[in-house]
Design a protein around this ligand. Structure first.
Ligand SMILES: O=C(O)CC1=CCC(=O)O1
Length: 96
């Protein structure tokens, strides 16, 4: 199943630089593993915001939940999740 997800990162203003740098480095490694495995299909920065737009390909809602709650930045994110179905007029047969 495909999911469109927007993630907005809100780190506490009083979080020290070393802690923030460490969490971001773990987030990068975690997300790159998921991109290599095909679960995190697209990752785009929203221009001018500390926000991304992503497309995830997960087996089901439970799988997506596991993946998202494993994000090192998860405690500091607001997410909007939209499940996607293939559009009947789409010419991209692989998009499902
Ligand atoms: O910077 C972000 O939008 C949060 C994030 C997702 C993957 C990553 O490396 O950072």
């Amino acid at each position: 199943m495909l999911y469109h997800i927007s993630m907005t990162v809100k780190l506490p203003k009083d979080m020290d630089e070393t802690t923030a740098t460490g969490i971001k480095a773990r987030e990068k490694a975690y997300s790159q593993d998921l991109q290599r495995s095909g679960v995190w299909r697209h990752l785009w920065r929203v221009t001018g915001q500390y926000e991304n737009i992503s497309i995830f390909d997960c087996r089901d809602n439970e799988h997506l939940h596991e993946v998202l709650t494993g994000l090192p930045l998860y405690p500091y994110m607001e997410m909007k999740i939209t499940p996607l179905n293939r559009h009947p007029s789409s010419i991209h047969e692989g998009d499902q």
